[in-house]
Design a protein around this ligand. Structure first.
Ligand SMILES: NC(=O)c1ccc[n+]([C@@H]2O[C@H](COP(=O)([O-])OP(=O)(O)OC[C@H]3O[C@@H](n4cnc5c(N)ncnc54)[C@H](OP(=O)(O)O)[C@@H]3O)[C@@H](O)[C@H]2O)c1
Length: 246
């Protein structure tokens, strides 16, 4: 995909990997980002004045629908959707307190929101000629971590849906990509990055992601996410044990 002259909805671009993607894409495209926190959106806009910011909590159906309506009415030329916003709830694998809230929260943000955005934009994309959907997942779809089981399960569901969607749209000009990320140093970890594995820099992750998208790679595994897939296939027990010791 040539990524220039496009109008792109990039969810959760106010910080982390999304912000770095916005930084790389903004010069040659119209980039619309969204997030919940108005201060973070204002800071992103200050750093990248070219981008458009829209406040929306994607876990809330009414706010998600308002976002879709606003993008379609104000930016009808939108032809790229990057489902980047994500988050995780950590639980104690032994005590298992708060599992119901964590389950709903992780599935709403990491499956329902991206899937419904895909489905809501599809009719519009079908009328656009060509369009691109990018769903961001994680190497933990192959080797889940017990301390955030619902995040891992939700991303695994998004992975499966992305494969089905790609197959369904194979005869259309709508391309469906997935970016499977390794550990990346972003605010996602709330300052608690595991010390045993070196996290990738967010700017590097964004740059590798765009390089592969430009090449047309459908399923993009970045850095150690490739290793997670191989480990899960060859040595699943060892793989789960390793990932849960990090
Ligand atoms: N960092 C990693 O190690 C890693 C590894 C594998 C995969 N990933 C995936 O990569 C993607 C980006 O992660 P990141 O590390 O860049 O995360 P991040 O630094 O925590 O940034 C998350 C972005 O999403 C927005 N967001 C979160 N919840 C939202 C909601 N309910 N509605 C709207 N926006 C929301 C945040 O803004 P607000 O807080 O203002 O809403 C922020 O802009 C996620 O899908 C994540 O699962 C990350």
């Amino acid at each position: 995909m040539k990524i220039s002259g496009k109008t792109i909805l990039l969810t959760g671009g106010s910080e982390g990997i999304g912000f770095e993607l916005a930084r790389l894409l903004k010069d040659e495209n119209t980039v619309i980002i969204c997030g919940r926190n108005a201060d973070k959106l204002a800071q992103a806009k200050k750093a990248l004045p070219e981008i458009v910011t829209i406040s929306a909590d994607l876990s809330v159906a009414a706010q998600r629908n308002t976002l879709v309506d606003r993008v379609l009415s104000d930016f009808p030329q939108t032809s790229v959707l990057i489902n980047n916003a994500g988050g995780r709830q950590v639980i104690d694998p032994q005590k298992r307190c708060g599992v119901e809230d964590a389950l709903y929260s992780d599935f709403e943000l990491n499956v329902l929101a991206p899937v419904l955005l895909c489905e809501n934009f599809l009719p519009h994309f079908r009328s656009q000629g060509a369009a691109t959907i990018v769903n961001i997942t994680t190497g933990l779809i192959f080797l889940p971590k017990a301390s955030y089981p619902f995040y891992c399960a939700a991303k695994a569901a998004l992975h499966s849906y992305t494969q089905s969607l790609r197959w369904s749209l194979r005869a259309t000009p709508i391309r469906v990509h997935e970016v499977i990320l390794p550990l990346v140093n972003t605010p996602f970890h709330k300052g608690q990055l595991p010390g045993t594995v070196r996290a990738m820099d967010a700017a590097q992750a964004a740059s590798l992601c765009l390089k592969e998208l430009t090449r047309g790679t459908e399923e993009i595994s970045i850095g150690k996410a490739r290793l997670a897939r191989q480990l899960a296939f060859l040595f699943p027990r060892k793989g789960i044990s390793l990932i849960n010791r990090i």
